[in-house]
Design a protein. Structure first.
Length: 77
C-alpha cells in the first residue's frame, strides 16, 4: 500500500509543479503565421520542462520518504 501512496503523491506533486513550470521561458513571436494563435509560443521547451518537473518531483518525494511523511496519520483520525 505504501508504494501506491508514494506513486499517487508523486503524480500529484508532478502535476502541480508542471503547471508552475509550464509558463517559464515562454516567448511569443512578433509575427504569426496564418492559422496559428497569436499567443502560441514559438518554442515551448516541453521536453526540458517535463524532465525538470520529473526531477524536482522525485527529489521532493525522496525527502518526504526520508523524513517519514505518512498519509495514514492524516486520515486515521
Amino acid at each position: 500500500m505504501a508504494i501506491f501512496t508514494h506513486v499517487l503523491i508523486f503524480i500529484l506533486i508532478w502535476w502541480i509543479l508542471f503547471f508552475i513550470i509550464l509558463p517559464l521561458k515562454i516567448k511569443v513571436p512578433n509575427e504569426t503565421k496564418i492559422g496559428h494563435a497569436k499567443s502560441a509560443p514559438s518554442r515551448p521547451f516541453l521536453l526540458i520542462k517535463f524532465l525538470l518537473t520529473s526531477l524536482i518531483s522525485a527529489i521532493i518525494l525522496f525527502f518526504l520518504i526520508l523524513f517519514g511523511f505518512d498519509l495514514s496519520t492524516i486520515f486515521n483520525k
